[in-house]
Design a protein around this ligand. Sequence first.
Ligand code: TYD
Ligand code: MG
Length: 442
Amino acid sequence: MNVDTNLLNGWENVLHVGSWNSFFEEKVSSDKGSKKETKRKVCAEPLNNFKGEEKSRLKTGFDELDRVLGGGLIKGSLVLLGGEPGIGKSTLILQLCNKIKTEGKVLYVSGEESAEQIKLRADRLQINNDDILFLGETDIDIIEENILDINPKLVIIDSVQTMYSDDISSAAGSVSQVREITARIMKMCKQKQITTIIIGHVTKDGNIAGPRVLEHMVDTVLYIEGERYFSYRILRSVKNRFGSTNEIGMFEMEGLGMKEIIDPSSVLISERKEDYTGSVIVASMEGTRPILVELQALCSQSVFGLPRRTANGIDYNRLTLLIAVLEKKSAFTLGNQDVYLNVVGGIKVSEPALDLGIVLSVASSYKNKVIPKNVVVMGEVGLTGEVRSINFIEKRLKEAEKLGFEKCIIPENNKKLLKDKYKLDIIGVKDVNEAIDYLGLK
Ligand code: TYD
Ligand code: MG
């Protein structure tokens, strides 16, 4: 084909000479030469040349919250607080606004509630603080203007799902909106070194974008968990650029807002005064802290052919696996039994060290024999029924000792390696049958 190359000037990348009836998408490259000249030169440096400074932290006024954050709120960081509606996010954060010592203004932006509603809550929480400013707004442009004008030290966005940006056509709460809002807030607050807490709702139906889509953007992700009809709330960190994750804080929702629980073990086992069958105390590590919780099992004759298994607060699959171990290795006939397992207090625990406790509570209920109330149990159970060693054994034993328990059933391998002396009577077991025999549950 005879083509005048002058005519095609600039179109060479778009037209594919020689093929008919076909489109090709190709990017017309920009003039790279001039860009290269203007780019600044950046060189890698030895890592040792840099200083790793611990940025200053703001104490939130809640020891439990500070611990979950890794020692306080890092100045200029972006924290995402998620949780189901009504779990207590706004309450906790309003209390934090009052307690935190920022030496500056705190801006509380709410797209959920009016100023009057927030004021009512503040009055209920006995908050009277001139440094807290309120803005009832959902347009991110107006919010940005306010942040620039006020230059607060702490900004609260309650909740990210109610905010919108005109640049995005989709509705508030959609994935693109919540991403855009978070990106804009992050950019501004990082530039100005403003600490920011973004509240996000976790919803079960998934109609609005949950905080999960934002987890990768922010520095720290905290979730509040709890059962609506229990007053305990667990604050859990699932991501933390400035501290360890899996740390938990415990709170109780009271008439005057969220109150921290300094000694969770004693609260969680406080109601266990009597000896009941199916009940046992286990020691679960939650982050760096051991927490004693009560497990309750109930076995009852199945009415239908297929026995039911129900697990509240622990993994369902773990329960069925441990029931299978009991059947096979200890000759318990649970095939015609419904088995229910519950963690008291409505909290969720998931740790291999709870296995032995689960096995023994089921055995205790099935045999209708009591595990004495002065006993704590810990150990991982393998598929062959062996009791495997667990980590942080010393911390768990100290917690049990502190709360006045007298006996502790632990893995034999852990017992061999114990260095400290304990007032507790420590019983080491190699497999589930040894533990069952020791407690007389055969
Ligand atoms: P809220 O903080 O509004 O939840 P979220 O922001 O996560 O949606 O908490 C609402 C619930 O907390 C509501 O059911 C009332 C209860 N509540 C208390 O029990 N005590 C209090 O002091 C306050 C302020 C709320
Ligand atoms: Mg709220």
